[in-house]
Design a protein around this ligand. Sequence first.
Ligand SMILES: [Zn+2]
Length: 313
Amino acid sequence: MYYIGIDLGGTNIKGALVNEAGEILREESRPTRAALGAETVCDGIAAVITALAEGTDAIGGVGIGCPGTVDDASGRVVYAPNLGWRDFDLRAAVKERTGFALRLGNDANAAALAETLVGCAKGAQSAVIVTLGTGVGGGVVLGGRLLTGCTGAASEPGHMVIHSGGEKCACGREGCFEAYASATALIRETKRAMAAQPQSLLHTVAKENGTVDGRTAFVAAQRGDAAARAVVERYTDDLACGLANLVNIFFPEVIALSGGIAEQGEALLVPLRERVRSLSYASDCAARHTRIERCTLGYRAGVIGAALLARQP
Ligand SMILES: [Zn+2]
């Protein structure tokens, strides 16, 4: 049996034909063209599905990962600001065009499902996936199933507060995990350190790369710069605080990080594991600890996870 997964992004509609083991057999892509309206976007989705299904009889289902809040029970996209959609019946629109009744999931949740079932946490029954990008997204899988909450809006680790009254978050609250652990937050802190320390190596590294990004502080810290080390230390502390909160709530077998900052690999993970362990409840007596790893599927996690949504009971 094969499954079709669609990753609906603001720029592209990416699709893949995936087998039972979560391996990609074929990929397709079309521009989203969200500005032309939902009907045009659905035409694009249908074209990708049709192309992927061609010549294959054994399609077990179609899943789609959407940005924003989606409700799989009703088949509706509740709210997707990137697409300009509110309460849109995506299942009906795609069924009408292709005959397939698709399963819906949030895009970050779909990626989390893929990493848990066939990626970095393969074999685990529970995992929390945290994406450190422009924002902080993620998904929670318990007992092999996505935790979606009553309207599909659960699993937004980026918006738990870790510093009450702290930095303003894009969601309107102050002190959210996202406002400290995202690449955006790391860049903000790097720029603040640069402004306060004109002699810092941070300036040299930024000049070499032509920009200040999520790597600047890590590179300067590795070269021994004190201001950069302070930025990295504080960032790691805040990241550890949020991850320890997730451990304390879910105690998953695996927490895995994706996104640009996760590319630091062991340079980030080694000190992070130490800190999370010391902050985790009952860390001394718990027989098993949560493993903290890096995600392995990359950008393909989105389409693979969408296909796996179609297999969820
Ligand atoms: Zn927030």
